[in-house]
Design a protein around this ligand. Structure first.
Ligand code: TA6
Length: 297
């Protein structure tokens, strides 16, 4: 559907309109009494969440690419239906195909609290079947209020079970990485991907002095990301794993779409079902991963 048709069917005065964004890609813009939120239909990729009178919560690389079939570096890419490298080692793309696929916008409404609710779906297609031979339905609900609530539901519409790993790979903006910390993980176990997946235990708040790439094994726990200006709360449901990532200087500069100094101003906190938290969905089953982010202090 083109931008004019999307506006005709789904725009809501005082809440939602569609426009052509960077690279000619279609973008949904929510601007309600609570916040501004922008999302590209390609990848159902949120690139901005800014509650009014607050600073932007999300980080996007200044060298991010906006092009058909390319994932945007920053915001909230959807890693789905697998997280990380191809689990079958068959040369398929890292983090699955949902972040590069064109999602279908199916509904927009306003709930009782005056928040804007968007729904997008992704179904099996001939393209998806080539890389992941299952019949599925993914539905992504985005609720824009004082907080940003994301609900990613996966339904198995196939006659065989499939394994799902996934992440809401959220890039948070921080004002200075060395002054930033993640709280509420003291004593929690994590897999350190930089130490050959060794299992470690968190001592004290997590601070950033070098590259970090970890999977925390937690039980529906929230965490708080604080920098020198504010604290942001990240809470979740139906997830027993949270990925925390900062590539630091060298890895950032090896990525063409990651501005060289950008690592100073971002931390990824990713609500996930990853590693030991993979889910098997039997035919007819549905699993919903939920993440809520909000300014805490
Ligand atoms: O979530 C952390 C991670 O899996 C890292 O290992 C890192 O490579 C990152 O995601 C970015 O992946 P991408 O495919 O977007 O370059």
């Amino acid at each position: 559907m083109d931008t004019a048709s999307l506006n005709q069917y789904f725009s809501i005065e005082g809440h939602l309109h569609f426009e052509t964004g960077r690279g000619g890609l279609t973008k949904a813009v929510v601007n309600n009494t609570y916040a501004l939120c922008e999302l590209y239909l390609q990848g159902a990729h949120i690139v901005s969440f800014k509650p009014h009178n607050r600073e932007e919560l999300l980080w996007v690389s200044s060298t991010a690419q906006y092009a058909s079939g390319k994932a945007i570096r920053g915001g909230v890419p959807l890693c789905w239906p697998w997280f990380g490298p191809d689990p079958e080692n068959a040369g398929r793309p890292q983090h699955g195909f949902a972040r590069n696929a064109l999602w279908t916008f199916v509904d927009a409404s306003v709930n009782q609290r005056g928040e804007t609710v968007l729904k997008l779906v992704l179904h099996k297609s001939s393209e998806s079947y080539k890389v992941w031979p299952f019949t599925f339905e993914a539905e992504y609900s985005i609720i824009v209020g004082n907080s940003l609530r994301l609900e990613l539901s996966t339904k198995n519409r196939d006659s065989t079970p499939f394994t799902l790993t996934q992440a809401l790979h959220t890039y948070f903006a921080v004002d200075a990485i060395e002054q930033s910390r993640v709280e509420n993980y003291v004593g929690k176990r994590y897999i350190d991907k930089l130490l050959e997946n060794r299992e470690c235990v968190q001592e004290g708040d997590l601070r950033f002095e070098d590259e970090v790439d970890r999977i925390y094994l937690d039980e529906d726990l929230y965490c708080i990301l604080s920098d020198s200006r504010r604290s942001v709360k990240v809470s979740k449901q139906n997830s027993k794993s949270t990925v925390i990532w900062n590539p630091w200087r060298e890895k950032a500069s090896s990525m063409g779409d990651f501005d060289d100094e950008g690592y100073r101003n971002m931390v990824c906190i990713e609500t996930a079902n990853a590693a030991f938290d993979a889910r098997i969905l039997n035919p007819g089953e549905c699993h919903t991963l939920v993440q809520t982010i909000e300014v805490w202090l």
